[in-house]
Design a protein around this ligand. Structure first.
Ligand code: COA
Length: 252
Protein backbone atom coordinates (compact mmCIF):
# COMPACT_ATOMS: atom_id res chain seq x y z
CA UNK A 1 0.00 0.00 0.00
CA UNK A 2 1.21 3.52 -0.77
CA UNK A 3 -0.34 6.97 -0.31
CA UNK A 4 -1.08 8.52 3.05
CA UNK A 5 -3.16 7.20 5.96
CA UNK A 6 -6.05 9.27 4.68
CA UNK A 7 -5.74 8.12 1.06
CA UNK A 8 -4.80 4.48 0.70
CA UNK A 9 -3.53 3.36 -2.70
CA UNK A 10 -3.46 -0.38 -3.38
CA UNK A 11 -2.73 -2.18 -6.64
CA UNK A 12 -4.67 -5.40 -7.21
CA UNK A 13 -3.19 -6.80 -10.42
CA UNK A 14 -3.95 -4.26 -13.15
CA UNK A 15 -6.43 -2.35 -10.98
CA UNK A 16 -5.43 0.55 -8.76
CA UNK A 17 -7.75 1.17 -5.80
CA UNK A 18 -7.71 4.70 -4.36
CA UNK A 19 -9.52 4.64 -1.04
CA UNK A 20 -10.52 7.75 0.90
CA UNK A 21 -10.02 6.95 4.56
CA UNK A 22 -11.04 9.75 6.90
CA UNK A 23 -14.22 8.19 8.29
CA UNK A 24 -14.39 10.39 11.40
CA UNK A 25 -14.96 13.36 9.06
CA UNK A 26 -17.07 11.39 6.57
CA UNK A 27 -14.13 11.50 4.12
CA UNK A 28 -14.18 15.29 3.75
CA UNK A 29 -11.16 16.02 1.54
CA UNK A 30 -8.22 18.13 2.69
CA UNK A 31 -5.50 19.56 0.46
CA UNK A 32 -3.18 16.69 1.37
CA UNK A 33 -5.85 14.17 0.38
CA UNK A 34 -6.40 15.84 -3.01
CA UNK A 35 -2.63 15.86 -3.54
CA UNK A 36 -2.39 12.14 -2.72
CA UNK A 37 -5.26 11.31 -5.09
CA UNK A 38 -3.70 13.41 -7.86
CA UNK A 39 -0.40 11.59 -7.29
CA UNK A 40 -2.18 8.21 -7.46
CA UNK A 41 -3.72 9.15 -10.82
CA UNK A 42 -0.43 10.53 -12.17
CA UNK A 43 1.38 7.37 -11.05
CA UNK A 44 -1.25 5.20 -12.74
CA UNK A 45 -0.87 7.22 -15.95
CA UNK A 46 2.86 6.43 -16.00
CA UNK A 47 2.38 2.74 -15.16
CA UNK A 48 1.43 0.63 -18.18
CA UNK A 49 0.61 -2.25 -15.82
CA UNK A 50 -2.36 -0.31 -14.41
CA UNK A 51 -5.39 -0.49 -16.68
CA UNK A 52 -8.22 0.73 -14.49
CA UNK A 53 -8.67 2.82 -11.33
CA UNK A 54 -11.31 2.39 -8.61
CA UNK A 55 -12.30 5.17 -6.19
CA UNK A 56 -13.67 3.85 -2.93
CA UNK A 57 -14.62 5.27 0.45
CA UNK A 58 -15.47 3.98 3.88
CA UNK A 59 -18.70 2.13 4.76
CA UNK A 60 -20.08 5.25 6.48
CA UNK A 61 -19.24 7.68 3.69
CA UNK A 62 -17.92 7.87 0.18
CA UNK A 63 -16.97 11.54 0.53
CA UNK A 64 -18.51 14.55 2.34
CA UNK A 65 -16.99 16.96 -0.14
CA UNK A 66 -14.26 19.48 0.32
CA UNK A 67 -13.23 20.05 3.92
CA UNK A 68 -15.30 23.08 4.84
CA UNK A 69 -12.64 24.29 7.28
CA UNK A 70 -10.24 24.47 4.33
CA UNK A 71 -12.82 26.48 2.37
CA UNK A 72 -13.31 28.75 5.38
CA UNK A 73 -9.55 29.32 5.57
CA UNK A 74 -9.30 29.96 1.82
CA UNK A 75 -12.11 32.51 2.08
CA UNK A 76 -10.32 34.35 4.90
CA UNK A 77 -6.98 34.27 3.05
CA UNK A 78 -8.48 35.54 -0.22
CA UNK A 79 -7.65 32.31 -2.05
CA UNK A 80 -9.54 30.15 -4.55
CA UNK A 81 -9.49 26.43 -5.22
CA UNK A 82 -6.04 25.29 -4.07
CA UNK A 83 -3.31 23.87 -6.29
CA UNK A 84 -3.90 20.26 -5.07
CA UNK A 85 -7.63 20.52 -5.81
CA UNK A 86 -7.01 21.82 -9.34
CA UNK A 87 -4.27 19.24 -9.91
CA UNK A 88 -6.68 16.48 -8.88
CA UNK A 89 -9.49 17.81 -11.09
CA UNK A 90 -7.19 18.04 -14.11
CA UNK A 91 -5.83 14.54 -13.46
CA UNK A 92 -9.39 13.24 -13.23
CA UNK A 93 -10.48 14.90 -16.48
CA UNK A 94 -7.26 13.90 -18.23
CA UNK A 95 -7.17 10.27 -17.10
CA UNK A 96 -6.67 7.90 -20.02
CA UNK A 97 -7.37 4.93 -17.75
CA UNK A 98 -11.01 4.03 -17.13
CA UNK A 99 -12.36 5.16 -13.77
CA UNK A 100 -14.75 3.13 -11.60
CA UNK A 101 -16.33 4.20 -8.29
CA UNK A 102 -17.76 2.28 -5.32
CA UNK A 103 -20.14 4.57 -3.42
CA UNK A 104 -21.50 3.95 0.05
CA UNK A 105 -23.26 6.54 2.22
CA UNK A 106 -23.06 10.24 1.42
CA UNK A 107 -21.35 11.49 -1.73
CA UNK A 108 -21.47 15.26 -1.36
CA UNK A 109 -19.93 18.04 -3.47
CA UNK A 110 -16.80 16.66 -5.12
CA UNK A 111 -18.00 13.25 -3.86
CA UNK A 112 -20.69 13.50 -6.53
CA UNK A 113 -18.99 15.68 -9.15
CA UNK A 114 -15.99 13.33 -9.39
CA UNK A 115 -18.46 10.58 -10.41
CA UNK A 116 -19.27 12.56 -13.56
CA UNK A 117 -15.73 11.73 -14.70
CA UNK A 118 -16.10 8.03 -13.87
CA UNK A 119 -16.97 5.44 -16.50
CA UNK A 120 -18.75 2.95 -14.23
CA UNK A 121 -20.33 3.58 -10.81
CA UNK A 122 -21.61 1.02 -8.31
CA UNK A 123 -23.74 2.42 -5.47
CA UNK A 124 -24.95 0.99 -2.17
CA UNK A 125 -28.62 1.20 -1.28
CA UNK A 126 -27.65 3.80 1.37
CA UNK A 127 -25.74 5.99 -1.11
CA UNK A 128 -26.93 9.58 -1.21
CA UNK A 129 -25.74 12.15 -3.74
CA UNK A 130 -25.86 15.93 -3.34
CA UNK A 131 -24.05 19.00 -4.62
CA UNK A 132 -25.06 21.81 -2.25
CA UNK A 133 -22.67 24.34 -3.81
CA UNK A 134 -25.34 26.99 -4.38
CA UNK A 135 -26.75 26.42 -0.89
CA UNK A 136 -23.23 27.24 0.37
CA UNK A 137 -23.09 30.42 -1.71
CA UNK A 138 -20.67 28.72 -4.14
CA UNK A 139 -20.87 27.42 -7.70
CA UNK A 140 -20.32 23.82 -8.87
CA UNK A 141 -16.81 22.64 -9.78
CA UNK A 142 -15.03 19.77 -11.55
CA UNK A 143 -16.69 20.77 -14.85
CA UNK A 144 -19.98 19.55 -13.40
CA UNK A 145 -21.77 22.53 -14.97
CA UNK A 146 -20.86 20.93 -18.31
CA UNK A 147 -20.91 17.22 -17.50
CA UNK A 148 -24.06 16.93 -15.34
CA UNK A 149 -26.46 18.32 -17.99
CA UNK A 150 -24.68 16.17 -20.58
CA UNK A 151 -25.09 12.99 -18.51
CA UNK A 152 -28.45 13.53 -16.80
CA UNK A 153 -30.20 16.10 -18.97
CA UNK A 154 -30.81 19.75 -18.12
CA UNK A 155 -33.72 19.24 -15.70
CA UNK A 156 -32.14 16.61 -13.47
CA UNK A 157 -28.89 18.61 -13.54
CA UNK A 158 -30.69 21.79 -12.51
CA UNK A 159 -32.38 20.04 -9.58
CA UNK A 160 -29.02 18.65 -8.49
CA UNK A 161 -26.65 21.56 -9.14
CA UNK A 162 -28.83 24.62 -8.60
CA UNK A 163 -31.62 23.48 -6.29
CA UNK A 164 -29.27 21.27 -4.28
CA UNK A 165 -31.85 18.46 -4.19
CA UNK A 166 -30.26 15.19 -3.05
CA UNK A 167 -30.63 11.95 -4.99
CA UNK A 168 -31.03 8.59 -3.32
CA UNK A 169 -29.40 5.58 -4.98
CA UNK A 170 -32.42 4.51 -7.04
CA UNK A 171 -33.05 8.05 -8.26
CA UNK A 172 -29.34 8.39 -9.15
CA UNK A 173 -29.60 5.21 -11.19
CA UNK A 174 -32.73 6.49 -12.94
CA UNK A 175 -30.83 9.69 -13.80
CA UNK A 176 -27.90 7.74 -15.23
CA UNK A 177 -25.43 8.77 -12.53
CA UNK A 178 -24.84 5.19 -11.37
CA UNK A 179 -24.86 1.80 -13.11
CA UNK A 180 -26.18 -0.42 -10.33
CA UNK A 181 -27.52 -0.32 -6.79
CA UNK A 182 -26.64 -3.20 -4.47
CA UNK A 183 -26.17 -4.01 -0.79
CA UNK A 184 -23.43 -1.97 0.87
CA UNK A 185 -21.50 -5.07 1.85
CA UNK A 186 -21.15 -6.00 -1.84
CA UNK A 187 -20.26 -2.61 -3.32
CA UNK A 188 -16.46 -2.73 -3.11
CA UNK A 189 -16.28 -6.25 -4.52
CA UNK A 190 -18.66 -5.41 -7.37
CA UNK A 191 -16.68 -2.30 -8.31
CA UNK A 192 -13.43 -4.28 -8.22
CA UNK A 193 -14.97 -7.01 -10.39
CA UNK A 194 -16.12 -4.39 -12.92
CA UNK A 195 -12.63 -2.86 -12.93
CA UNK A 196 -11.03 -6.26 -13.41
CA UNK A 197 -13.37 -6.95 -16.30
CA UNK A 198 -12.36 -3.62 -17.90
CA UNK A 199 -8.67 -4.36 -17.20
CA UNK A 200 -8.97 -7.76 -18.92
CA UNK A 201 -10.07 -6.16 -22.22
CA UNK A 202 -7.55 -5.21 -24.95
CA UNK A 203 -6.18 -1.94 -23.50
CA UNK A 204 -5.60 -0.08 -26.77
CA UNK A 205 -9.17 -0.79 -27.93
CA UNK A 206 -10.50 0.34 -24.53
CA UNK A 207 -8.45 3.55 -24.72
CA UNK A 208 -9.56 4.37 -28.27
CA UNK A 209 -13.24 3.64 -27.58
CA UNK A 210 -13.23 5.66 -24.37
CA UNK A 211 -11.56 8.61 -26.12
CA UNK A 212 -14.12 8.50 -28.93
CA UNK A 213 -16.97 8.42 -26.41
CA UNK A 214 -15.62 11.26 -24.27
CA UNK A 215 -14.01 13.50 -26.90
CA UNK A 216 -10.83 15.44 -26.29
CA UNK A 217 -10.58 16.64 -22.69
CA UNK A 218 -9.81 20.28 -23.71
CA UNK A 219 -13.38 21.51 -23.28
CA UNK A 220 -13.66 19.84 -19.88
CA UNK A 221 -10.30 21.23 -18.74
CA UNK A 222 -11.34 24.71 -19.87
CA UNK A 223 -14.61 24.44 -17.93
CA UNK A 224 -12.74 23.34 -14.78
CA UNK A 225 -10.64 26.52 -15.03
CA UNK A 226 -13.61 28.75 -15.86
CA UNK A 227 -15.56 27.42 -12.87
CA UNK A 228 -12.46 27.92 -10.68
CA UNK A 229 -12.42 31.65 -11.56
CA UNK A 230 -16.06 32.03 -10.45
CA UNK A 231 -15.44 29.80 -7.46
CA UNK A 232 -12.72 32.08 -6.15
CA UNK A 233 -15.08 35.06 -6.24
CA UNK A 234 -17.87 33.08 -4.59
CA UNK A 235 -15.56 31.81 -1.82
CA UNK A 236 -14.97 35.42 -0.72
CA UNK A 237 -18.71 36.19 -0.71
CA UNK A 238 -20.64 36.96 2.47
CA UNK A 239 -23.08 34.20 1.44
CA UNK A 240 -20.35 31.57 1.50
CA UNK A 241 -18.70 32.81 4.69
CA UNK A 242 -22.07 32.74 6.49
CA UNK A 243 -22.79 29.20 5.22
CA UNK A 244 -19.42 27.83 6.42
CA UNK A 245 -19.95 29.43 9.83
CA UNK A 246 -23.47 27.97 10.05
CA UNK A 247 -22.18 24.45 9.27
CA UNK A 248 -19.67 24.46 12.10
CA UNK A 249 -22.13 26.06 14.53
CA UNK A 250 -25.00 23.69 13.68
CA UNK A 251 -24.44 21.40 16.67
CA UNK A 252 -24.09 24.22 19.25
N1 COA B 1 -15.86 19.48 6.01
C1 COA B 1 -15.37 19.41 7.26
N2 COA B 1 -15.89 18.56 8.19
C2 COA B 1 -16.92 17.80 7.81
C3 COA B 1 -17.46 17.84 6.53
C4 COA B 1 -16.89 18.73 5.60
N3 COA B 1 -17.32 18.81 4.34
N4 COA B 1 -18.48 16.95 6.46
C5 COA B 1 -18.58 16.38 7.66
N5 COA B 1 -17.63 16.89 8.49
C6 COA B 1 -17.37 16.53 9.88
C7 COA B 1 -18.41 17.09 10.81
O1 COA B 1 -18.08 18.45 11.17
C8 COA B 1 -18.31 16.15 11.96
O2 COA B 1 -17.17 16.49 12.72
P1 COA B 1 -17.25 16.47 14.34
O3 COA B 1 -17.56 15.03 14.68
O4 COA B 1 -15.90 16.93 14.77
O5 COA B 1 -18.39 17.39 14.70
C9 COA B 1 -18.02 14.80 11.28
O6 COA B 1 -17.50 15.12 9.99
C10 COA B 1 -19.23 13.94 11.10
O7 COA B 1 -20.23 14.72 10.42
P2 COA B 1 -21.75 14.77 10.89
O8 COA B 1 -22.38 15.95 10.24
O9 COA B 1 -21.81 14.70 12.38
O10 COA B 1 -22.28 13.40 10.29
P3 COA B 1 -23.72 13.09 9.69
O11 COA B 1 -23.75 11.63 9.44
O12 COA B 1 -24.80 13.66 10.58
O13 COA B 1 -23.81 13.89 8.31
C11 COA B 1 -22.99 14.64 6.19
C12 COA B 1 -22.91 13.58 7.28
C13 COA B 1 -21.89 14.35 5.16
C14 COA B 1 -24.37 14.57 5.50
C15 COA B 1 -22.83 16.04 6.82
O14 COA B 1 -21.66 16.01 7.63
C16 COA B 1 -22.68 17.14 5.83
O15 COA B 1 -23.65 17.64 5.28
N6 COA B 1 -21.43 17.61 5.63
C17 COA B 1 -21.14 18.76 4.79
C18 COA B 1 -21.25 18.40 3.33
C19 COA B 1 -20.91 19.60 2.49
O16 COA B 1 -21.58 20.59 2.47
N7 COA B 1 -19.77 19.50 1.79
C20 COA B 1 -19.25 20.53 0.94
C21 COA B 1 -19.82 20.38 -0.40
S1 COA B 1 -19.15 21.61 -1.45
Amino acid sequence: MTGTDLIQVTDDGAVRVVRMNRPDKKNALTGAMYAAMADALAGAARNTGIRCIVFAGAPGAFCAGNDLQDFQRAAEDDEGLSEPILRFLHALAGSRKPLVAAVQGPAIGIGTTMLLHCDYVVAATDARFATPFVNLGLIPEAASSLLAPRLMGQRHAFALLVMGLPLDADHAKACGLVNSVIAGSEVDAAALAAAQKIASLPPEAVLATRLLMRGAPDEIMARIDEEADYFRVRLQSDEAKAAFKAFFERKK
